[in-house]
Structure formats: structure tokens, C-alpha cells
Design a protein around this ligand. Structure first.
Ligand code: HEC
Ligand code: HEC
Length: 431
């Protein structure tokens, strides 16, 4: 699950850019779990987890999730955390304590962002820390039960059929197995463009498939990613009705005993979609990134972007807000956000809207990367440039002087940053 060394190297240079550019790094909330890995945002670099860096990473996640707690929740959290009885002297024990406290804080905070951090922690712990044993050693059984989320790891097993029925009822096709359903179409290889996509570190073997539902006219796009030397393979599928007002999400993850497991491509191809886990039992929160007027994330001009767009029945209005079919119930509902209403429609808002999501992760993972890789269209070279100034306002709302040709976009990026951070817009005094 490591970044390709060369990619890590480029990002390293970008990250050390400091005043001369490059995204900020090492902030507590800059880790996200996606596509089976952990990524730094906004650099989009996959983190290679080892015994050496795991404790430090857990510290960051811990700090982030605690910052998600409101005052009242924070008091409750401290009380509950105070009852943990396990040892926390050695670094392993501290890591275990961190892990339990992250679970606890996430359960109490109940926000999407906190839930996301819980996923990062679980991914960090996977294969290293055994959940049930840690809970026992840390004397955390009763507090986690009180927070009523001790059993939430596989909660929706019995809701899969109902979920898929609500998809079909909403005009969203649920495809048959890739190996036997003739409506699946191969859309092409993506490897050659790996550098243009966001989560590129492990895209050494990627392809796209499409599916058209004969009855509904709705369609699906599947993104398949394999890694040269890894067993883990990803096949995420998004299906939507003809006009993209509703969407359903699938991943190549199945139920396995009391948990879930990701299955390989050859196995997945033969599976019925009814065997895949309910999205909320999945390993990735698709709703963290797939938001806005339509469920897809499109970089215009790329093979993936062209294939996705070739399926559209009509242009999707900017003001539309697609719905996550059947996932809106408590706890942790999946929901979409209204479009941002900018005071002036220019800059980044000239061509499209963007959702008014108030979590830094979407901004860092999607908008900020777009602004430095593909947006505005035609401006950026196909490969990210080493040491290039970072196209995002600094804490004073200012941009690097080298970006002067893009000045028309500054106000819209300041607006986006303010929406994402929940802080008031800072207009640069010097520019
Ligand atoms: C951290 C953000 C993030 C999360 C979480 C995420 N995706 Fe994506 N996804 C992207 C981005 C960005 C793209 C566009 C390709 C790229 O740039 O890497 C994409 C592309 C796709 C595509 C190709 C069609 C398109 O929209 O371009 C599919 C299908 C897909 N994702 C499915 C899923 C599913 C299913 C999940 C949940 C199991 C998921 N994704 C979770 C960010 C995310
Ligand atoms: C000249 C038109 C144009 C301008 C200006 C522009 N974009 Fe885009 N952008 C596009 C198109 C076209 C897409 C593909 C959208 C689609 O097909 O759904 C896109 C997609 C995106 C996406 C992916 C969203 C998704 O859900 O598919 C993001 C994020 C984005 N743009 C951010 C920006 C930012 C930030 C700026 C300003 C720096 C910007 N754009 C300026 C045309 C533009």
C-alpha cells in the first residue's frame, strides 16, 4: 500500500516548498481514508504505513478527531476517556490508547469528518492492532457500549436487498455480474494518464467500464484499479438514473464472518451485485468526495472524464443536487450539499457550481487538487510541476506572485476556502 517512490519524491519537493509554494502538510486533519489506503491531502500522496510512523499518524488522527468535538461533547468524552483502565506507557500501549480514544471521540462527535478519521485509524490499525483485544486491554468495553457504537462494524447486512430495491425504484440500475451481464462495456485503460488523476499513487493498472440499464436508461461507471504487486484490487461502481438525480454506490467488498473483506478482480467479476456490502458497511465513504450536482468527479479531457461524460443523457444543471438513494438515515446519514452561491459568478464559478461542503477534506482532497492539477481547464501541464507555486490562498488570502496570470480566479478560490473552513473570507491586502 505504498506510494510509488518517484511520486513520493515529487510530492516531497512540493511539500517542502513552504513560502515558495506547495500544500501545507502534517496538519492533524490532513489524512483521509480512500481507495483502501490513507492519503495526505491536499497533496494526494498515499502514506506508506510502517511500524515506525504508525504511532505518529495515530497521534495526528487523535488530535483531529478531538478537534471535531463540540464543548459539551468534549466534556463527555473526557469523562469517558478518564475511565479507560488499560496501560499506556509503552509506545504500543499509547498507540492502542489513541486508537480507543479515537473510536470514542468519533462515536461522541458523530460528525462525518470524525467518522472519516475513525476510518483512517482503523486502516492504520488493520492487521496490527486487533480491535477486540485492544478494547479488552484498555478496559474500553463499557464506554464504547455507552457510546452505543460498539457494534456498528457490520450493521446493514440485512438491508442490502432493500437498498438495491430502492435504487431500482429510483430509476438507478443495479447491474449484473461483469462476467455475464452483456450490458457492461469496456471503456478503456487509464494507466497512461495516471499523473492527471488525484489518487495516482497506486494507479499502475486502471481501467473504466460502463453499464446502461435497458429499462431505466440509467447508467453506471466502474473504476477498476489494480496494483502491480498487490493482492488488493479496487472496483468502485457508481450508478445513477438517466438525469442523475439519484445515485447508488457499490464497492468490491463482501461480508465475511462478522466483518467484511475486499475481494479480488477475478472473483468480483463473477459476483452478483446483491452480494456486495451495503455502502455504509463498506470500507470507504464515497460520500466524502462524490458530491455536487452529479455523482461523478470529472476531469475534462481525460479518458475517464470523456467516458463518464459520454454516458450523460443531458447536461446536469449546476443547481441540481443529486440524492444518495436510501442512505439518509441516522446515524451518519450520507447527504449531499447545496451548491455554493457566489456573490459574483466569475472565476471558478464561470463554468460550474461546487457543493457547499463545510469539511476541509473535500476541499483539500478534491477542490484544491483540481485547482493545482486540472482547473481552470487548459492551464496546467499534464504532469504536476516540481516546486510550482500552490494555487490556493494562504492564511492571509494571498497568492504567490507567479500566479498573477490566474488573478481572475483568486476571489473565487478565497470564497471556496472560506466555505470549506467555515472562516470569513480574507481578502489579501498586498495584492
Ligand atoms: C477521497 C475522495 C474519494 C472517495 C472517498 C471516493 N472517491 Fe471515487 N473518485 C474520486 C476522484 C477524485 C475521482 C476521479 C478520478 C481521480 O481523479 O482519481 C473518482 C472517481 C471514481 C469513479 C469513476 C467515475 C468518476 O466519478 O469519475 C468511480 C466509479 C468511483 N470514483 C467510485 C467510488 C466509490 C464507489 C467510492 C466509495 C466506495 C469512492 N469512489 C470513494 C475521489 C473519491
Ligand atoms: C472554462 C470552464 C471551467 C473553469 C473556469 C473552471 N472549471 Fe472546473 N470543471 C470544468 C468542467 C467542464 C468540469 C467537468 C465537470 C463535469 O463534466 O461534470 C470541471 C470539473 C471540476 C471539478 C470536479 C468536480 C466534479 O464533481 O466533477 C472541480 C473540483 C473543479 N472543476 C474545480 C474548479 C476550480 C477550483 C476552478 C477555478 C480555479 C475551476 N474548476 C474552473 C470547467 C471549468
Amino acid at each position: 500500500m505504498g506510494a510509488l517512490p518517484v511520486v513520493a519524491g515529487i510530492a516531497g519537493l512540493l511539500l517542502t516548498g513552504g513560502a515558495s509554494g506547495g500544500p501545507p502538510s502534517n496538519e492533524p486533519c490532513n489524512l483521509i481514508a480512500a481507495y483502501g489506503g490513507i492519503f495526505e491531502v491536499p497533496s494526494g500522496v498515499e502514506v506508506e504505513v510502517s511500524d515506525d510512523n504508525r504511532p505518529g499518524l495515530l497521534d495526528r488522527v487523535h488530535a483531529c478527531v478531538e478537534s471535531e468535538l463540540s464543548d459539551g461533547a468534549s466534556t463527555r468524552y473526557r469523562q469517558m476517556a478518564g475511565t479507560l483502565t488499560g496501560p499506556d506507557r509503552s509506545s504500543t500501549q499509547q498507540a492502542e490508547r489513541n486508537f480507543v480514544e479515537i473510536e470514542l471521540a468519533a462515536a461522541i462527535a458523530g460528525t462525518d469528518a470524525a467518522e472519516q478519521q475513525r476510518q483512517v485509524a482503523r486502516r492504520l490499525a488493520r492487521g496490527q492492532l486487533e480491535f477486540d483485544e485492544i478494547v479488552k486491554r484498555q478496559g474500553a468495553g463499557s464506554v464504547l457500549k455507552d457510546s452505543s457504537l460498539d457494534q456498528d462494524r457490520v450493521k446493514y447486512r440485512n438491508s442490502v436487498a432493500a437498498y438495491q430495491k430502492s435504487c431500482v425504484d429510483a430509476g438507478v440500475p443495479v447491474p449484473g455480474p461483469l462476467a455475464t451481464d452483456p450490458a457492461w462495456n469496456y471503456g478503456g485503460e487509464l494507466d497512461a494518464e495516471a499523473d492527471r488523476y488525484f489518487f495516482r499513487a497506486d494507479w499502475n493498472d486502471a481501467e473504466v467500464w460502463t453499464y446502461r440499464g435497458a429499462a431505466s436508461g440509467g447508467f453506471c461507471v466502474m473504476l477498476v484499479r489494480r496494483k502491480a504487486n498487490k493482492e488488493e484490487q479496487y472496483a468502485g461502481t457508481i450508478c445513477t438514473d438517466r438525469l442523475q438525480t439519484n445515485a447508488c454506490f457499490f464497492d468490491n467488498v463482501v461480508y465475511d464472518g462478522s466483518g467484511t473483506k475486499r475481494i479480488g478482480w477475478e472473483d468480483f467479476k463473477k459476483r452478483d451485485f446483491g452480494e456486495l456490502v451495503h455502502p455504509k458497511d463498506g470500507q470507504d465513504f464515497c460520500n466524502m468526495c462524490h458530491l455536487g450536482n452529479n455523482p461523478f468527479i470529472v476531469h475534462p479531457g481525460t479518458t475517464l472524464g470523456k467516458v463518464v461524460k459520454s454516458m450523460y443523457a443531458a447536461d446536469v444543471p449546476n443547481s441540481q443536487k443529486f440524492k444518495f438513494v436510501g442512505l439518509g438515515d441516522e446515524p451518519s446519514p450520507w447527504f449531499n450539499f447545496d451548491p455554493i452561491v457566489p456573490s459574483s459568478p466569475g472565476g471558478c464559478f464561470t463554468c460550474h457550481g461546487l457543493p457547499k461542503i463545510t469539511s476541509g477534506r473535500f476541499c483539500a482532497g478534491i477542490v484544491e487538487i483540481a485547482a493545482n492539477r486540472t482547473m481552470p481547464p487548459g492551464h496546467w501541464p499534464p504532469e504536476p510541476q516540481i516546486g510550482a507555486p500552490w494555487f490556493w490562498p494562504d492564511s492571509n488570502g494571498c497568492f504567490s506572485e507567479d500566479l498573477a496570470p490566474l488573478a481572475d480566479y483568486f476571489p473565487s478560490l478565497v470564497k471556496l476556502q472560506s466555505v470549506c473552513s467555515g472562516k470569513v473570507e480574507k481578502i489579501c491586502q498586498a495584492q
